[in-house]
Design a protein. Structure first.
Length: 343
């Protein structure tokens, strides 16, 4: 894992709606942004949990889906060219030698900036782990909760566990390159797209993959290398599936994650901030959106937008201490309109 250092003005942890609107507000002030998110897509909870669910309380937008909101926010902030670091979790926060804040991610990326905004929603999305005592010794070596490179599974004897879109998508994608492949799910009903389920069943009918209805009850192997998994079937019998790689897709859960160790003042699992600029107890580190708490806090997207706007005003002072902050309106400022590409 190689480390590289990137310097920017503002590092935003979380690429959900509040983080994206913070890019827009920061861009109006001339601040460059890098965003870190451990999901593989932009949009946070809106894109991951309810992309098709209608939202009715966005000002001036009577109705839109979660994904439509993300698409519009991306269009709005696109003139400011935000840089995204997806599939990366912000693991460490520390002061660099020159006083900047340094964020180190799970991929070894180092981001240094005068200001950091935590816009991580209710926390980080992390995979639900296989609930077996022996699982930890195999994790990262032969047991995985995500696919980084498909080629890593070429020629492998593969078992995929789960019944949602991730499980079905990767079964279909990896079946042509795996030596053998089996799908294990606790019941013969799936939460994935109907087309994916139909394609999987056709492959199972031809013997191109095995469909096993049951739950993984034990792992066999040593030195972190799997040799087989045992599956408890619905009738109580146990079946042994020979494999050297296991992909477990049991969904995602929310955790505060590594930021709980960053020295931030916390209250009931949320980050305490002031209401002047939504700054934490660490100067130059802010928290906006559902992750922050203060008296009267409302967990609404529109509240997060307000918090992002005030946060950026204070972040500007850390990023441009020698410059005077001039407040301008997008309706009347030709300079801002040029930045937005409307002139």
């Amino acid at each position: 894992m190689s480390e590289r250092t990137i310097r920017t003005d503002l590092v935003i942890i979380g690429a959900g709606p509040v983080g994206l609107f913070a890019v827009f507000e920061a861009g109006l002030l001339g601040l460059r942004c890098h965003l870190v998110d451990n999901l593989d897509k932009i949009g946070g909870q809106c894109a991951e949990l309810y992309p098709d669910k209608p939202i009715y309380d966005i000002p001036a937008v009577p109705r839109c889906t979660g994904q439509e909101l993300i698409d519009r926010l991306l269009e709005q902030c696109r003139p400011f060219e935000p840089q995204f670091h997806l599939r990366e979790q912000a693991e460490r926060l520390e002061r660099a030698e020159d006083g900047l804040w340094r964020i180190t991610t799970s991929a070894g990326t180092r981001l240094e900036a005068p200001a950091v905004a935590i816009a991580a929603g209710a926390g980080s999305f992390v995979p639900r782990r296989l609930p077996l005592p022996a699982a930890e010794q195999f994790e990262g070596r032969s047991l995985f909760y995500a696919v980084r490179e498909s080629e890593a599974f070429r020629g492998r004897r593969l078992v995929v566990a789960g019944g949602g879109d991730s499980a079905l998508d990767w079964v279909l994608a990896l079946q042509p390159i795996a030596a053998t492949i089996a799908l294990v799910h606790r019941r013969d009903e799936f939460r994935a797209a109907p087309d994916s389920v139909e394609r999987m069943r056709r492959l199972a009918a031809t013997g191109a993959l095995r469909l096993v209805i049951g739950q993984i009850s034990a792992l066999e192997g040593q030195g972190g290398e799997l040799e087989a998994v045992r599956v408890k079937l619905q009738d109580g019998r146990e079946e042994r599936l020979v494999c050297d790689r296991l992909l477990a897709f049991y969904g995602l859960k929310m955790e505060l994650g590594p930021l709980a160790q960053w020295g931030l003042a916390l209250e009931k699992g949320l980050v305490k901030v002031d209401t002047e600029a939504f700054e934490t107890n660490l100067p130059g580190v802010f928290a906006i959106g559902d992750i922050c708490t203060y008296p009267g806090k409302l967990k609404l997207i529109l509240s997060g937008f307000h918090e992002a706007a005030l946060m950026c005003q204070k972040a500007f002072r850390y990023c441009r201490p020698e410059e005077r902050l001039v407040f301008r309106y997008t309706t009347s400022s030709t300079d801002l309109q040029k930045k937005l590409g409307v002139l």
